[in-house]
Design a protein around this ligand. Structure first.
Ligand SMILES: Nc1ncnc2c1ncn2[C@@H]1O[C@H](COP(=O)(O)OP(=O)(O)OP(=O)(O)O)[C@@H](O)[C@H]1O
Length: 311
């Protein structure tokens, strides 16, 4: 090499590495939308360690996300519909999923949470909500293809609102130059909670293990039940009609032993030593149904954190 061409080569190399490290550096401080593979074993570990009593949700979510993220060319965005009784972990799981897709989780610029009663409270403004939602989703997917949209309280949402995003969930390659195929939509609702509880209770009464409940015991009843439930948010919406929901994910009602696990997890998160007396006292303060057998917690693990403050 003569000195001049060596200088050019070094300059070019350092410019190149300089550029690369600049981008890396930039992404360390500002959040970047990167096409990252999903760390399936980390997600599995997270779900198995943190989510109690939900063997079906754990299994389906893991399968759905790994399948979707491993597919280089998905034909439609991933749509998950999470159903179950209050306080059984639907929001909690969405948070875990969000963190595994975008490290900042719910705080990420690429994860968007909509709460029906907060963002779409007035029935008379449906048209406005539809326009806003379409614009919001289009804008965010244009900025980051792997955006995540979570819709909480679907059962309190007017079905017309969700119909507005139907085209985005369908099998189109692009709509107005934007492809929605890498986005993920998660719907949360209490609709179907009664059907899920009934199945869990039937198993319990028959002396069968809770972990023996399979998706096939629940999924068909759930999709039909939710479709016909006026208050599901998906009621007669084109989403079910056109098979745009990829997975219906049931959340089982939580038992006394799961509530205890939640109390222990909360104590651990607060850095306190596990005191089994307190664990029992908090769990015993919760109310359980049905009236006779008292198996399932009315509020799941929902009030555990505030109750723990009293002990
Ligand atoms: N299955 C579970 N495993 C571990 N923790 C749980 C579980 N379910 C609930 N929790 C705890 O209880 C809190 C409240 O639960 P979460 O908000 O996820 O309930 P939800 O199913 O979304 O209820 P709702 O339908 O009322 O919105 C969570 O933040 C979590 O700490």
């Amino acid at each position: 090499f003569e000195p001049i061409s060596l200088g050019i080569a070094v300059g070019a190399a350092s410019a190149l590495t300089g550029y690369l490290s600049y981008r890396d550096l930039y992404c360390r401080f500002a959040e970047c939308c990167r096409e990252q593979p999903l760390n399936a074993s980390a997600l599995k570990l997270n779900l198995e360690e943190k989510l109690f009593g939900q063997h079906l949700a754990t299994e389906v979510i893991l399968k759905a996300l790994t399948g979707f993220k491993n597919n280089k060319n998905p034909k439609k965005p991933l749509t998950l519909s999470l159903h179950g009784w209050a306080g059984t972990g639907k929001n909690f799981v969405s948070q875990i999923v969000a963190e595994n897709l975008h490290p900042k989780g719910l705080k990420s610029n690429f994860v968007h949470l909509f709460v029906s009663t907060l963002h779409f409270p007035h029935e008379q403004h449906i048209k406005l909500y539809q326009d806003q939602l379409q614009r919001w989703i289009r804008g965010n997917v244009s900025a980051c293809a792997s955006s995540v949209f979570i819709f909480d309280e679907m059962d309190k949402l007017h079905p017309g609102v969700i119909d507005a995003i139907k085209p985005f969930l369908d099998y189109y390659e692009q709509i107005d130059g934007v492809s929605y195929r890498k986005a993920i939509f998660i719907f949360l609702s209490n609709a179907g909670g009664d059907l899920i509880t009934k199945t869990a209770l039937d198993f319990w009464r028959a002396g069968k293990r809770r972990e023996g409940i399979q998706l096939k015991d629940l999924e068909p009843a759930l999709s039909v039940g939710v479709f016909n439930n006026k208050h599901s948010g998906l009621w007669h919406s084109g989403l079910i009609d056109r098979n745009l929901i990829d997975y219906f994910i049931p959340f089982l009602p939580l038992e006394y032993r799961h509530v205890k696990m939640c109390v222990r997890a909360e104590m651990k998160a607060r850095g306190s030593a596990i005191d089994e007396d307190v664990v029992t006292r908090v769990a015993e303060e919760m109310t359980f149904f049905p009236k006779d057998e008292k198996i399932y917690s009315d509020k799941g693990c929902k009030t555990v954190q505030s109750r723990l403050d009293f002990h």
